[in-house]
Design a protein around this ligand. Sequence first.
Ligand code: ACM
Length: 681
Amino acid sequence: MKKIYWIALILGTMQLVTAQTTDQYSYNLMPWPKEIHQGAGNYVIKEDFTLFIQNVSSQRLHNGATRFLRRLSGRTGVFFEEGFPQKVKSAPSFIIEVEREGSLQNFDDESYSLQITDKTIYLKSITDIGALRGLETLLQLVTPSANYFYIPALNIEDAPRFPWRGLMIDVARHYQPLDVLKRNLDAMAAVKLNVFHWHLTDDQGFRLESKRHPKLHELGSDGEYYTHEEIKEIIQYAAERGIRVIPEIDVPGHASALLTAYPELGSKKDTYTIERYAGIFDPTLDPTNEKTYQILEDVFTEIAELFPDPYVHIGGDENEGKHWDENPEIMAFKKKHGFQSNHDLQTHFNLRLQKILEKLGKRLVGWEEIMTPQMPTTALIHSWRGVEEGLQPGESLAKAAQKGHYSILSTGYYIDRMHDVNNHYLVDPLPKSFSLTKEEQKKILGGEVTMWGELVTPLTIDSRIWPRTAAIAERFWSPATVTDIQHMRKRLTMISFRLEELGLTHLKNQNVILRNISNGYQTDALQKLTKVCQPLQKYSRNKGGTEYKSYSPFTLFADACTTDAPDAYQFSQLVDTFITEAEVAQKPLESMFHQWIANHEELLVLKGETPLVSELLELSSALKNVSAFFLKILKQEGVSKADANDFASLMNIIKEPRADVEIVTYDAFMKLFEHLKKSEL
Ligand code: ACM
């Protein structure tokens, strides 16, 4: 057979599936793989499903494959005859072929390929970590039909775009128990994230046990800290899932908790207490005191013994140096050494830590403020500031790469700011606008989602991290061309629900909170209201960092609300459709207005039963009245001048945040109003 004929045959049976052609091929994959080729038929999951791991003896992969079998069985309801990977190869349905064990470091291979036919599944990878990534893809492909579950016949070639794909969890502002961390590590693995950055210390808590200086955790943590055994448990749990763990000890600022234990290390001769508010505070380590370095060296030595990763994060952010300026001895030290600014003094401090870490065989990571000319290029720069700090997003990232530092991006991935997923999804660590050489581009390792913990507790943290982080994970893993927002949102809905399989509480805890609010009464009406509300954005929920202290309740309506309020999103889509094709959207719009009117009546039932709903009734009542107004216009019942005036005052109510949430339909209401006014309906 002629070669050309072969090619035609292959192309004829295998169709390349891209994110753009996915209306046809709607796999709920996230992150979207590098290449998918559609095959013929389906692999049907049955009781005789068996799995064999070829070539490599990796405990990590054996355990990962066993978890895969449990999840597959749980998903499909099929009672497998074999619950574990085969010890001896015996006509397996699924073969995993791996060349070697991977190591948890930058640039080790995480690629894999999947060949799924109607008869067998092959997963091939260089490393066992690559195979784990492939197993997650396979689980995302499991599809139901009327009588069975199947995996569609496909060929997938996949590899990450960036080697550093992280999630930072701040456990200092609010302590997060091990089970919270573990379920989030499972979710990270499900979307192919591979770095857990553990923000262990801050003004509100020093949460790492120190055997050499136990006062640090005893006085700095209210008893909520991680023992060495627990740290090892998390590192092991993460490593089993192909995830690295980077600890952060944030110094010299953000140090109130540390100074509560060791006030003599402070730049102000004072006593210190654990901070209960949110914000940027003055307590700062004294960089002229040798004891500061002794204690930090001891802490880093313990860290080096515990954490296998080569990188240790020293924070270094937001030190305003107020206490340095107020201390004449520190000022004299600064003068003696010819330091022009507090930044120079902080560089002196950072370089001391850099040497300590180097001695311990570790490399330093710091927030972008650590990047000064003297900082060796072995230090990894963590870019986080943006427009609000008067900088271009990613400015320090590109600069760091040009100087020869490895760097990672967090600007744009601050999920605690409660922006919609669209907002984060298109932020690219390596946008086309960067004019970097190929070598410089390689220095940009990827990015990290940052989950700052001021406003989250174990009850709510999952709903702040997920599902948006899955979309950001796609940015870190998938080709830069995968940018279709509609397609991402569609897949994300399913991925979000799938994450529950791993024990995440981001969906179910909404009802836990609402039951508390309703005091055990029906929560349907409250839930309906959450679908148009979102918590206040950009830290305005916690005005000046003082409305909420670390021990305030995080069980309020705002905690039950999330970003991307689904009904609000649907409503704004409908308004857009209405403007171009009124007849298509009219009925669905009317239906939404009717629902909001009915919902208010239902919510009124709770009025006499609990004090926690009164503020919500104002919101709900405004929504009801606006709905009635629009219905009147849509049904052409005539609108009086008084009605229009009422509309204006209603919109003022809608615009005004209440109960720490805002109704997200404001813009769409205004758009619809303006359109209707123009069309003189
Ligand atoms: C930071 O957000 N202060 C790194």
